[in-house]
Design a protein around this ligand. Structure first.
Ligand code: NAP
Ligand code: GLV
Length: 309
């Protein structure tokens, strides 16, 4: 059995080592012009070029070394019609919970204001926010969004979630679809974007959406940069409608310099690190799925092409 491996960052050696340890029967080959990818049973890719994808029409599945599949689906018909299997959590959920909790607590406890005060040598306790009015709304209640909602629950924040289809999550006010978006936004003090990037979600968080949040709301985007209309966000931060944003992802990455976000003190920037792929957990999950597929069993996290996630 042969797995074709491609990573745009070239960091393949530890992956080969982990596969060898966990599934010795699997022959892992790295893609190069000398490799005939069509002779492989499976592929595992991250950032694959179209010329590689074109060779994968006969693999049993293309595994993606991440949760998001937008970088593959952007090729449209250039992506062969074989099952695409993404990572389901695989160690990313807890990282997302850490990241989002940190950002929510920073705003709720006004650590951002205290950082500014300290820079100016000011010693001045500030009024506490009322927790019951500090509702956190998570857009996307999938594998990672539900993990974040669960973590927020331990700190007593009022929680709401918005998804494509209706959900029931204990202790969370659930909203679904375009028809309930307005109601979801109206009571949300911190908006957390955890949606996949699809044609439906591209630029979803624009001026019209942000203006439905209460004045003084915050935005945290840990999903994909293209979900947010960046000029609209900037304008609403400058007008004071949005009090601050914590952004891990951007339309163009690395975030170019110059970009107005770099100079905006109310925007906190991290370089797409909110949930990194955990190699060992990922290899374990993919090995489990390969074994299941070989036994003819169904596997989780197969991407639905019509939905795009
Ligand atoms: P997931 O399990 O597929 O969950 C996606 C959620 O989004 C689901 O609740 C889905 O609704 C909802 N959704 C999709 N399209 C929608 C629409 N048009 N309107 C309303 N809701 C919609 O995905 P996940 O594993 O939680 O990952 C989410 C995203 O996080 C990934 O796609 C990736 O882009 C991003 N990510 C970023 C990082 C990072 O380091 N920054 C790391 C990992 C992942 P239903 O439940 O109704 O289907
Ligand atoms: C990272 O951004 C991922 O989608 O796993």
């Amino acid at each position: 059995m042969r797995l074709l491996l491609y990573r745009a960052d070239g960091n393949t050696a530890p992956w080969v080592r982990d596969f060898k340890a966990q599934l010795p029967a699997l022959d892992v080959v790295e893609w190069s012009s000398r490799i005939d990818a069509s002779a492989c049973d499976y592929a595992l890719v991250w950032g694959a070029p179209p010329e590689l994808l074109a060779q994968l029409a006969s693999v049993k599945a293309i595994f993606v070394a991440g949760a998001g599949v937008d970088a593959l689906f952007k090729f449209g018909d250039g992506l062969p019609d074989v099952p695409v299997v993404r990572l389901g959590d695989a160690g990313m959920g807890v990282q997302m919970a850490e990241y989002v909790l940190h950002a929510v607590l920073r705003y709720f406890r006004r650590f951002d204001d205290y950082e500014n005060q300290a820079r100016d040598g000011v010693w001045a306790p500030l009024a506490l926010e009322e927790k019951q009015a500090f509702t956190v709304g998570v857009m996307g209640t999938g594998a990672l969004g539900t993990r974040v909602l669960d973590a927020l629950g331990h700190f007593g924040f009022p929680r709401r979630g918005w998804s494509r289809t209706a959900k029931h999550i204990d202790g969370v006010d659930c909203f679904a679809g375009a028809g309930e978006l307005g109601a979801f936004l109206a009571g949300t003090r911190v908006l957390v974007c955890m949606l996949p990037l699809t044609p439906d979600t591209n630029n979803l968080v624009d001026r019209a959406v942000l203006e439905q949040l209460p004045r003084g709301a915050y935005l945290i985007n840990v999903a994909r940069g293209a979900l947010v209309a960046e000029p609209d966000l900037l304008a609403l931060i400058r007008s004071g409608h949005i009090a601050g944003a914590t952004l891990d992802v951007f339309r163009n990455e690395p975030l170019p310099s110059p970009h107005p976000f770099w100079g905006e003190p109310r925007i906190s920037i991290t370089p797409h690190i909110s949930a990194l792929t955990v190699r060992e957990d990922s290899v374990r999950q993919i090995v489990g799925k390969i074994n299941a597929l070989e036994r003819g069993e169904p596997v989780a996290d197969v991407v639905d092409r019509t939905r795009g996630y």
